[in-house]
Design a protein around this ligand. Sequence first.
Ligand SMILES: Cc1cc2nc3c(=O)[nH]c(=O)nc-3n(C[C@H](O)[C@H](O)[C@H](O)COP(=O)(O)OP(=O)(O)OC[C@H]3O[C@@H](n4cnc5c(N)ncnc54)[C@H](O)[C@@H]3O)c2cc1C
Length: 381
Amino acid sequence: MVNNYYLLTDEEKDLQLMVRDFMNKEVKPVVAECDEKSEVPMEAVKKAIGMGLHCMNIPEEYGGMGLTARMMTVIREEFGKVDAGFSVTLGNNGLGSTPCMVFGTEEQKRKLADIVVPGGFSPFCLTESSSGSDAASLRTTAVRKGDEYVINGSKCFITNAELGGIYTVFAYTDKEKGTRGGMSCFLVERDRAGVSVGKHENKMGLRTNTTADVVFEDVVIPAANRIGEEGEGFRIAMKTLERSRPLGSSTAVGISQACIDICVDYAKQRIIFGKPMSAKQAIQFMIADMDIQTQAARQMCMYASTLIDQGIYDGRVGAAVKTFCSDTAMKVTTDAVQVLGGYGYSKEYPVEKMMRDAKLYQIFEGTNQIQRVVISGQLFK
Ligand SMILES: Cc1cc2nc3c(=O)[nH]c(=O)nc-3n(C[C@H](O)[C@H](O)[C@H](O)COP(=O)(O)OP(=O)(O)OC[C@H]3O[C@@H](n4cnc5c(N)ncnc54)[C@H](O)[C@@H]3O)c2cc1C
């Protein structure tokens, strides 16, 4: 069978095999227990940090891996095949560091890299209780006082909040101006007075990754920690999400592929009405449909990341990739539970976890409704 990876370079294939091997050896054995306990598999995360998988997007000159978008796409699919939570822990470090690495000064890049490269995390802090899809409604403020800013506010649903070493924070410097010139972006080190981590989310899925509130109470930071110009924050946030959506989506492809593999094996060995279940055309077609959608989703990811590597950032493409891959993962995981019947609904097989994990991909980094707003906005511009 010709596999879907025929377009990969030798280097990309080597990375793929290395990460596949790592995930199967180090993460697979502990996933179910960590999911049950809602724990990050820290031993495996530390080993991944040792391999540089937490700083894939940071250029080599700052000590990171400096990987291409295609390489990160390949790696994150391999993560997703075993544990989407692991992918979010490692991969979303790129979301938090992108504003600085793309829009920051030389000094800011070194500051962030000095914390992240040795093993730190850089959570991306946009969402608040009053503002998710409607990011313009955020309430956090940054008030300029001489050469400093004082930050006050509370962020929620922040990935890796508890592991954070340096936070990328969006706050209003001039609420009156709104998103057009009123929001700014800042680096806030974890050890600054007034920074604390609040409520830990007890989530339905992605339980091997940590999500929590981050609170900023009269936090004083130097003005030199502002990324970009004052008022540029909203644009920086949107441009960051535009870059990250196609990369994160490949984890959803990994979830889908793992479900197909499990279903094929299961259907071959499960005997129903005296024959292997795989002899039933209804089952064959269900799994064939999973494969059609997953192949398409993978090609969309590779297309979008190839564009990114050529410096082309198309919000409409990123939104379409994100929507298609996550809707596919939701459909494929739901059908996988169906194919396995009662065993699919039981924790004896990982497909129920994959179904819970897949759901998040329709929600975070902009819900799929918001992606449709983005796409239609461009079509009707
Ligand atoms: C596990 C997890 C991790 C996360 N990690 C991060 C993180 O690291 N950093 C961060 O900043 N945020 C993070 N988020 C927040 C996430 O991005 C938001 O939850 C998401 O953007 C949706 O916002 P909301 O939850 O406030 O939902 P709401 O905005 O309240 O939306 C509720 C419903 O209304 C729909 N809706 C909203 N507006 C429209 C519209 N205009 N048209 C049609 N339908 C609409 C939505 O699609 C959704 O179905 C995370 C969330 C989760 C669950």
